[in-house]
Ligand binder design. Structure first.
Ligand code: FMN
Length: 176
């Protein structure tokens, strides 16, 4: 495992997980995952996604993977729910904030809300992500995002080599 970079995703229906798996395999980076004990299947599960976003709730999560404190950079990958960061990733960022050094973010969505998620991570951490981008679920499904993901990964790796202050960058015109 190289670069001291960890990829952590939360995914309800599998799209963000596919992005995380591809990024980690493209660069041989370590993988972690935010999971929940309660299922979000069916109408009740969907409504809970909506309520978590509307009320910015912090659902109970458990993290599975290498300790994020051991990594210089953590790439967070999570869906957008109701124009906001999916609740389980909100919980993870809050719970692990003291141990997170450099944070990069990828939002996965139908089409809108990524910039709100970047802003929310900025608020929780007290600093913006060093790099952020977004992909639509359609881009992930048809595979057209793969080269942009590689560009993002290269930027994360280059950024990780720098010391000191880094300028936050959003790497996607589709990050809305
Ligand atoms: C409750 C709910 C709310 C959503 N709200 C938005 C939204 O506001 N904007 C958007 O672009 N996509 C929205 N989506 C679509 C998801 O972001 C998209 O399907 C994403 O790929 C799901 O990621 P996952 O498969 O990793 O769970 C929403 C999905 C759900 C279930």
């Amino acid at each position: 495992m190289s670069d001291r970079i960890l990829v952590v995703c939360y995914s309800n229906t599998g799209t963000s997980r596919r992005v995380a798996d591809l990024l980690a395999s493209q660069f041989q980076w370590a993988r972690g995952e935010v999971r929940e004990t309660r299922s979000r299947t069916g109408t009740a599960g969907m409504l809970r996604c909506v309520a978590d976003s509307l009320f910015r709730r912090h659902p109970t999560v458990r993290y599975e993977g290498p300790d994020p404190r051991e990594f210089e950079t953590v790439v967070l990958i999570a869906p957008i729910w109701v124009y906001r960061l999916a609740g389980p990733m909100r919980s993870f960022v809050r719970d692990d904030a003291p141990g997170l050094k450099r944070v990069a973010v990828i939002s996965v969505m139908g089409g809108q809300g990524a910039t709100n998620a970047f802003a929310e991570i900025d608020r929780i951490l007290g600093r913006p992500p060093i790099l952020s981008t977004s992909f639509t679920a359609r881009e992930v499904d048809d595979g057209s995002y793969a080269s942009s993901l590689q560009v993002f990964g290269n930027a994360v790796r280059e950024n990780a080599k720098k010391d000191g202050v880094v300028r936050p960058t959003t790497l996607s015109p589709s990050a809305v």
